[in-house]
Design a protein around this ligand. Sequence first.
Ligand SMILES: *Cc1c(COP(=O)(O)O)cnc(C)c1O
Length: 398
Amino acid sequence: MISALMPTYSRADLAFERGEGAWLYTADGRRYLDFGAGIATSSLGHHNAHLIAAITEQAARVMHVSNLYRVPGAEKLAARFVAATFADSVFFCNSGAEANEGMVKMIRRAQYETGHPERYRVICFDGAFHGRTLAMLAATNNEKYLKGFGPVVDGFDHVPFNNLNALRAAIGPQTAGIVIEPVQGEGGIRPAQLQFLRDLRSTCDEFGLILGMDEVQCGMGRTGKLFAHEWAGIAPDVMSIAKGIAGGFPMGAILATEAVAKWLVPGTHGTTFGGNPLACAAANAVLDVVLAPGFLAEVDRRARVLWRALEGLVAEYPSVFEEARGAGLILGLKCAVPAGEVQAAFTAEGLLSVTAGENVVRLVPPLVITDADIADAVEMMRRGARRCLPSQAQVAAK
Ligand SMILES: *Cc1c(COP(=O)(O)O)cnc(C)c1O
């Protein structure tokens, strides 16, 4: 018989009762070091006092009023994003997929309004993940996710990641823009080459295309800069964000330049919940922490410590780990044995992680992990790797 909770996930048999920093605790007192962070979402870890205070204070005042009225917290949050990024204007919504849908609508509408109604197609990349709505399934173009959900929404073309010639060859008279994850998350923690991002910027300028970035997973401080594209020294025209932006409270946003955003006049786009006072209080609290002087530099420092340790593990256990990959605190271990087995071994040692494409175990801890957390995680990974040594597995099988 089907479970009451629809069986769309094969869940680990773990239920967490509370958390503290990077640690989660089950009701029977077992503790796990959370290097999955709810899929790169619990950016401030668990039980963050500042975030809790912001949410409880706002919940006691007013949680939701709709976008028919002014929301001071949303106005403040938008102004902070505008001050800290390339963007001139921000639209708040509730998830990554919803942000990406809005981003594609903005790309199409801006081309339409500037004399190019024929330009509606968006070029995306092999290995991308943009979400589970019908249009974002088409943008993602993963056979596994599309099966049985046809017909596929029209308007998306795909080219290999990090391949400028293929990208340029795919541009046609109907191309409106390009959407890229600066670091592919679900696809296997694959960073775009910084030069490729710069080339995308100049190619968009050359052909009059709109450059969109999906920073749903890699943004909001995770790479050690507020947004990952900053490492390339370029800016998109429009960007989607979500996951970590409200520390685990559901929220998404679209950040855009005036040239792209100005066509979304009243009636063109909307959301009931998006940017409500409660979500904005949570996101403002996250920004208080992430934008505090020195915080991003500290994320960068922690990431380098973890990176060096991962390189050490790869050298120590080459029959288990093929390579370390990623940027900042969006890291992955490409495995030589099935990544699911490595993830299970890590869990058995008390470390939570997430698998990703290309047989990768993904490590996306809270941005606030301590050096002691990193040392603990590395020891758990070392013990987990020993569980996965091919020779030992063969011995155990006998
Ligand atoms: C998770 C993710 C999404 C989808 O976000 P949802 O909130 O699950 O809709 C889109 N893009 C990227 C890069 C993601 O990692």
